[in-house]
Design a protein around this ligand. Structure first.
Ligand code: PHE
Ligand code: FE
Length: 297
């Protein structure tokens, strides 16, 4: 790691936050947001969780241009007490958890270049704000995120971050939800991606499995391609009850004796909603390419 993760970079405050400097965005940068916004909000109608779509509306994220974090935080604070603060990039785990535990969502302030509309390695303001912030207007999800922050600080003491991070990945980033009998999207990594918002819901390749806390915490995940398994929750209230009200200490102890599960596996205890063909991965493997089309190294 090249960055010093002990100290905030020059210009950042002790809690690693920086001013968003909203006035410094160029017209071109605002246009990138508008283009991404128009494309995703159209695509997600009927596909994303109604809470997510309502959040887009009530937070008025549809207003043109990159949102001003101060204005956005004011609206969010009235709804669920959350705020959005800017950070320079990756922050140490403890700093990240501390912000969540205090109902502050940390977001990157930079936006991708016009030629990177479909794929970038690092989360930008579109992923962080369009992807994550709408659901923070849902009271149960808002409580879940705060509880996750507290749980993260606790997981550091238990040396169980690997397990807890998988929960974040398969819910906050790549989660699916059942609403009125239909499966919909809510994970930020999906809803901020044009292609994965189709793949996660419609493609025959991935498994779609009923969410199970212990199972998810044992499951490795892919950071270089679409997920091979998605987990479906029954609602945000239900997710909150299963996690915030549980004591993870005995669970962490149990997990120490259990093996990891590979990203594509189905195990006997799974409630399988769709058994995936995994055709996407085999195709990619044969072509020798990764998702952004570059050669595998
Ligand atoms: N209840 C968990 C614990 O005891 C904390 C937690 C809450 C973790 C919500 C994730 C999500 O550590
Ligand atoms: Fe994210």
């Amino acid at each position: 790691m090249t960055t010093d993760l002990m100290h905030p970079p020059p210009g950042a405050r002790a809690d690693w936050t920086i001013p968003q400097d909203w006035a410094r965005y160029s017209p071109c940068e605002h246009r990138v947001w508008d283009e991404l916004f128009a494309r995703q909000s159209t695509m997600l109608r009927g596909r994303a969780s109604t809470s997510f779509l309502e959040g887009l509306d009530t937070l008025r994220l549809s207003r043109s241009g990159i949102p001003d974090f101060e204005e956005l935080s004011e609206r969010l604070r009235k709804l669920t007490g959350w705020q959005v603060v800017a950070v320079p990039g990756l922050v140490p785990d403890a700093v990240f958890f501390e912000h969540l535990a205090n109902r502050r969502f940390v977001a990157g302030r930079f936006i991708r270049k016009p030629e990177q509309l479909d794929y970038l390695e690092e989360p930008d303001v579109f992923h962080d704000v369009f992807g994550h912030v709408p659901l923070l207007s849902n009271p149960a999800f808002a409580d879940y995120m705060q509880a996750y922050g507290l749980g993260g600080l606790r997981a550091l003491d238990f040396h169980a971050l690997k397990n807890l991070a998988r929960l974040y990945w398969y819910t906050v980033e790549f989660g699916l939800i059942r609403e009125h009998g239909a499966i919909r999207l809510y994970g930020a990594g999906i809803v901020s991606s044009f292609s994965e918002s189709v793949f996660a819901l419609d493609d025959p390749s991935p498994n779609r499995l009923q969410f199970d806390l212990e199972r998810v915490m044992r499951t490795r995940y892919r950071i270089d391609d679409y997920q091979q398994s998605y987990f479906v929750i029954d609602g945000f209230e239900d997710l909150l009850h299963q996690t915030a009200e549980a004591d993870f200490a005995p669970l962490y102890r149990r997990l120490e004796g259990l093996s990891d599960i590979s990203p594509d596996a189905i195990i006997p205890s799974d409630r399988v909603l769709n058994r995936g063909t995994q055709a996407h991965v085999s195709l990619r493997a044969r072509a020798g390419t990764t998702r952004n089309g570059s050669e595998k190294t």
